[in-house]
Design a protein around this ligand. Structure first.
Ligand SMILES: NC(=O)C1=CN([C@@H]2O[C@H](COP(=O)(O)OP(=O)(O)OC[C@H]3O[C@@H](n4cnc5c(N)ncnc54)[C@H](O)[C@@H]3O)[C@@H](O)[C@H]2O)C=CC1
Ligand SMILES: NCC(=O)COP(=O)(O)O
Length: 341
């Protein structure tokens, strides 16, 4: 692959903080030396946000790149956008940006996509009934072997937290019946492959969470562990002799050592894993956001191209105020560059 990859950044929901974090992240001149970036969005909307932020907030031209100086692939928008007030129109636009970026990436115009946040409910309001960007990316790429993974590097110790979710955007009540030995095997296989290919970890230690409190407490607090998960884990250990698989770790306890490793409050380093397999959205994401909300990256693994994203959402409550932190977006761009080389 080229040493200067061509990457698309989708603008996300234009009523959210997407434009602001893109304009902030792109002030880092070193990014332009490492990749060619095209924002799939709308130049007029970017210009509007740029001028709004300069006039209405403390931000200066040093804090924001001028949209006139960047490549923008224009997607039309059907009406007005009010910062902080997403609606059907902004949802329709963010969906169109993603669709265009995916189509061009499948045509190999881009090696990867960095997505700014969208609001799933506004996609629905615009008639696009998908649970999230991850699922649309997988569908359009024609893969059913994919995963939602979060990666963050501790600013205190340099320790890297990696967490893959076994299930993603589904209601909590559906988690137990969605988890099956086949699904767990698919996600574990994908994780082992990703750790080797993207992170150079060929003999990984992977920690796997239980589902129920205390991993079921010998069946007293839930039976899935005893019914099939422990047998599945024994089989997985035999299938992947190169990997050290630990589990089923009580889901609350699993995050104690990562927390210690992240903040560095130890004399002896704690035992940690190269990656954590969490069974559902909030089991995996609460610890990620507690430790690394300002810098973690969401990456979709298993696609035929790179996809990264900041870990946060549209943040409508602070849109247009100039206070959005662009570190996660910047880290998402950097991971996309790193994995495309
Ligand atoms: N990858 C994506 O496209 C994601 C989209 N979402 C969408 O975002 C919408 C809002 O979701 P919420 O749960 O409220 O999460 P959120 O991440 O948008 O906001 C949670 C809180 O964090 C703050 N925040 C978020 N990003 C920030 C940043 N960069 N700098 C400073 N403060 C920041 C917000 O102001 C808010 O107080 C939902 O519609 C959801 O679907 C949520 C997560 C990921
Ligand atoms: N909380 C993570 C999340 O919602 C990711 O959403 P998406 O990137 O798949 O749209």
């Amino acid at each position: 692959m080229s040493s200067s990859p061509s990457l698309a950044i989708t603008m996300g929901d234009p009523a959210g903080i997407g434009s602001e974090i893109i304009l902030k992240a792109l002030t880092d001149k070193s990014l332009a030396q490492k990749c060619q970036i095209t924002v799939v969005g709308n130049r007029q909307l970017l210009q509007f946000t740029y001028e709004h932020l300069l006039q209405q907030t403390q931000l200066t031209e040093e804090n924001l790149i001028n949209p006139r100086t960047i490549n923008v692939l224009d997607i039309p928008i059907e009406g007005e956008v009010v910062l902080g007030q997403g609606d059907r129109i902004s949802g329709s636009f963010s969906f169109a940006c993603l669709e265009k970026a995916i189509a061009l990436t499948l045509e190999e115009k881009f090696q990867g996509i960095i997505t700014a946040p969208i609001a799933k409910s506004l996609w629905k309001a615009a008639g696009h009934e998908y649970p999230g960007q991850t699922e649309v990316l997988a569908l359009r790429a024609g893969v059913d072997r994919f995963g939602m993974m979060f990666v963050g590097e501790s600013p205190h110790t340099g320790w890297i937290l990696r967490s893959l979710l076994a299930t993603t955007h589904i209601p909590l009540k559906d988690v137990a019946r969605t988890l099956t030995p086949e699904l767990m095997s698919l996600k574990l296989d994908l994780l082992i492959e990703c750790l080797a290919e993207n992170f150079g970890i060929t003999e990984p230690h992977i920690a796997i969470a239980g589902l129920n409190p205390h991993s079921g407490e010998a069946g007293q607090l839930g039976t899935e562990e005893q019914d099939w998960m422990l047998n599945w884990l024994e089989q997985a250990k035999a299938n992947y002799p190169q990997a050290k698989l630990t589990g089923l770790i009580p889901p609350d306890t699993m995050w104690v050592n990562p927390g210690i490793a992240w903040y560095g409050n130890y004399q002896t380093p704690p035992t940690t894993a190269d990656a954590y397999l969490a069974l559902y959205h909030d089991q995996g994401l609460i610890p990620v956001k507690l430790m690394a909300f300002d810098r973690a990256i969401n990456t979709t693994i298993g696609l035929p191209f790179i996809r990264t994203s900041p870990d946060h959402g549209t943040a409508f409550d602070i849109a247009g105020q100039g206070i959005a932190n662009a570190s996660s977006m910047k880290a998402a761009i950097e991971l996309a560059i790193q994995t495309s080389n």
